[in-house]
Write a protein that binds this ligand. Structure first.
Ligand code: FAD
Length: 277
């Protein structure tokens, strides 16, 4: 099974060496790529780039740069793509991002949709770089009953996206149903399942708030009933490992793990699921 990981730039410079050590451990699991998140509006450009450079220089995995476009003009986005390319980073996960709290609409010159960013990367980045995009098995919080997230995904595919990575989901049935729905709407690109081991009730609450996913009662109860941090870690790893095992059994050939800048939990998820020995 192909695997990949997501990390984020260290929030505190002192955490840099710890992240680099984790990346080297993650790289031993032979991931196809390691993606690095990006602060909307470019707040983390320098730090993201440093982490991407580290991956490029010290591992054989493809560094995949998240890039957001909302609040960014076309020429600013183009120069960001050039800045990454000059550092040897040519593969991108194109995202819209979110406006800062309190801001209702992007400025008049700002890019507003991800398909615009995909086209811009494609036209700026003429080398063989790949462009990934996000997909939402249970719908994006803005997508409503018409599932406009699927129209958005189709627009991103039509603009030249090579593959998609999903938002986390808690039940594999949601992923299988989504693939069926996406294929029925003419979406043909590979859609990699995003899996997040959740090892505390606090983290679960935060991701449910951020993603708009429905609270998974069974997981929430199991985390609440666990009596120590070690037990909660067990619960979270087991849940994610079961998801990966179910995907493997169904013949799914790739998963993307949200690693939270450490390697032990995701390594254990892959081992328990049988995806890695
Ligand atoms: P899109 O999927 O492009 O669109 C969002 C919604 O707008 C759609 O669901 C739809 O309702 C509507 N819409 C857009 N285009 C159309 C269209 N053509 N037709 C109809 N409706 C449309 N955020 C960060 O700030 N930094 C990161 O590094 C980051 N990494 C992420 C990684 C992954 C794997 C995922 C799943 C999300 C990530 N995000 C990140 C969050 C992302 O920025 C948010 O989901 C944001 O709200 C929307 O960006 P998008 O690219 O997902 O939007």
């Amino acid at each position: 099974m192909d695997i990949s990981f997501e990390v984020y730039p260290p929030r505190n410079p002192d955490d840099g060496p710890k992240l680099e050590a984790a990346i080297l451990k993650l790289a031993e699991l032979d991931p196809k790529f390691i993606s690095v998140t990006f602060g909307a509006g470019g707040s983390s450009t320098k730090n993201s780039l440093e982490v991407l450079r580290f991956i490029r220089t010290n591992t054989t995995s493809m560094p995949l740069a998240h890039l957001t476009c909302v609040g960014t003009t076309e020429s600013e986005a183009r120069s960001l793509v050039h800045q990454f390319a000059d550092a040897g980073i040519v593969d991108f996960l194109a995202l819209r991002g979110d406006l800062p709290d309190g801001q209702e609409a992007p400025g008049p010159d700002s890019l507003a949709r991800t398909d615009q960013l995909v086209s811009l990367i494609r036209s700026t980045q003429k080398s063989s770089g790949q462009v990934a995009v996000a997909a939402f098995p249970n719908g994006h919080p803005e997508s409503g009953a018409t599932r406009s997230d699927l129209d958005a995904l189709k627009a991103k595919q039509d603009a030249g996206a090579d593959f998609a990575i999903t938002q986390l989901f808690f039940y594999t049935r949601d992923y299988f149903d989504f693939i069926e729905l996406a294929r029925s709407r003419g979406i043909t690109i590979p859609i990699i399942a995003g899996i997040m081991p959740i090892v505390s009730a606090k983290r679960l609450q935060r991701v449910v708030e951020l993603t708009g996913e429905e609270n998974p009662t069974e997981l929430a109860d199991a985390l609440a009933n666990a009596s120590s941090p070690e037990q909660r870690t067990e619960v979270g790893i087991d849940w994610a490992a079961k998801q990966v095992a179910e995907l493997r059994e169904a013949g799914i050939d790739a998963v993307h793990l949200y690693a939270f800048n450490e390697y032990k939990n995701v390594t254990e998820v892959l081992r328990r699921s049988g995806a890695r020995s």
